[in-house]
Design a protein around this ligand. Structure first.
Ligand SMILES: *Cc1c(COP(=O)(O)O)cnc(C)c1O
Length: 428
């Protein structure tokens, strides 16, 4: 494949945009080479600036769960745009999407819309602190909750890919209120709680981790956190920005049957437009301004374009719950196919999968937390990435990222991907 025009566009971008990209994970820093510039996309395929067609396994990092340029979403956005794109005043569609989201997700009464997953998580933590009157939070190494200061402590994929899990610019004052635990390690969490008795407002986590590759919660982990929170007056925040409306209609809460106190959303909930949200039972949400004292606001929050895209997406998922089963079957098929090819070529690997999230780790050990994720062979991943790219398969340009399947993928696409993996495996 030829990437002449992409490379030229990247050079031009670097002159006026730091690193040539508006989000670091888009650069190919971890795998080498120039990033690919996209011209357009439809269904499961990307078409780049050089005219190459690629099968897409990132899907805008998750939102495009039904495929790119999905007709009902596009129509909803175009229709709305003609009537004005933002008013800074309430609109009826905000209530429509809020009601639908609340009906789909267990355990939430009210939801507030924002413009990104980062905003959702940052606001959720502020709300938890306001509600409990406590300052400290517990987060897990390798979990990503957006780029706000409190979270840039061992922050998973993006930050880890660039060797800066702890970003300069985050003050020690902020960092000291974020306690770091190991994923899937309940004892560690219990120790932190007893060392900081009465000071912890919330525990925030990706209940199925996706930012250190895909890492499922171990048996009893989520239940154990729920119990620790109950016993110590701590709020449990599920960051479902990645998993919400992807792993089930009701996300991880539904799939694993564990209740969170506050849930955050992003990605799928916006149908590809900039949307985030956080939700909880009424008692907690009533602490938010203008009802309560915890301040949170946004000029473009809940704007009609974003709400139209999100509402169209959630309406589709709500009326076609078979999508989740279909996605799961496709991902399992891909999992088995890739595993067979790698095994045949005698490439050491571990594949993790939950629902339509999957990650391939070139590792001898099971990958259960950040430490074990970091043990994988990055040189092998680089070769795998570029090999697949050459075969027209686009996966995330980092070993710490999950692949997100779209239901637009056909079994022919999956077979082509498996075949490409077989071909590349022989070169590893
Ligand atoms: C993507 C992501 C975020 C941040 O969302 P943005 O919209 O990029 O700000 C937060 N948490 C998780 C789990 C994510 O995957």
């Amino acid at each position: 494949m030829i990437y002449k025009r992409s490379s030229a566009l990247f050079k031009a971008a670097q002159q006026v945009i730091p690193g040539g990209v508006n989000s670091p994970v888009r650069a190919f820093t971890a795998v080498g080479g120039d990033p690919i510039f996209v011209e357009k996309a439809k269904g499961a395929y990307l078409y780049d600036a050089d005219g190459n067609k690629l099968i897409d396994y990132i899907n805008s990092w998750g939102p495009m769960i039904l495929g790119h340029a999905y007709e009902p979403v596009v129509k909803a956005v175009v229709d709305k745009a003609k009537k004005g794109t933002s008013f800074g005043m309430p609109t009826e569609i905000e209530t429509e999407i809020a009601s639908l989201a609340v009906s789909m997700v267990p355990n939430i009464d009210k939801i507030r819309f924002v413009n990104s997953g980062t905003e959702a998580c940052m606001s959720a933590v502020r709300l938890a602190r306001g509600f409990t009157g406590k300052d400290k939070i517990i987060k897990f190494a390798g979990c990503y909750h957006g780029h706000s200061d409190s979270f840039l402590i061992q922050a998973g994929s993006g930050a880890v890919t660039f060797g800066t899990p702890n970003s300069p610019g985050v003050t020690q004052g902020t960092a000291k209120d974020t306690l770091l635990a190991n994923y899937n390690d309940l004892n560690h969490v219990a120790d932190l709680i007893s060392e900081n008795k009465g000071e912890i407002a919330c525990i925030i986590l990706e209940p199925v981790a996706g930012n250190m590759g895909c890492i499922p919660p171990s048996e009893g982990f989520l239940e154990g956190l729920r119990n620790l929170c109950n016993e110590n007056d701590i709020l449990l925040i599920f960051d479902e920005v990645m998993t919400g409306f992807r792993l089930a209609k009701g996300g991880v809460q539904e799939r694993y049957g564990v209740d969170a106190d506050i849930v955050t959303f992003g990605k799928v909930i916006g149908g590809g437009l900039p949307v985030g949200a956080f939700a909880a039972r009424a008692e907690i949400m009533s602490y938010l301004a203008p009802e309560g004292p915890v301040y949170q606001a946004g000029t473009l929050s809940g704007n009609p374009l974003a709400m139209a895209a999100g509402l169209a997406m959630l309406t589709e998922l709500n009326s076609k719950p078979e999508v989740f089963t279909s996605l799961e079957k496709k991902t399992e098929y891909l999992h088995n196919g890739i595993a067979e090819q790698l095994t045949q070529a005698e490439v050491t690997h571990t594949i993790n999968r939950v629902g339509s999230m999957i990650s391939v780790h070139f590792s001898e050990t099971p990958v259960t937390d950040f430490k074990t994720a970091a043990l994988a062979n990055n040189d092998t991943f680089k070769k795998f990435f570029h090999g697949l790219l050459n075969e027209g398969i686009y996966i995330a340009p980092s070993a710490f990222e999950t692949w997100f399947l779209t239901d637009a993928l056909t079994y022919e696409d999956l077979d082509a991907t498996i075949e490409a993996c077989g071909k590349v495996a022989k070169t590893l």
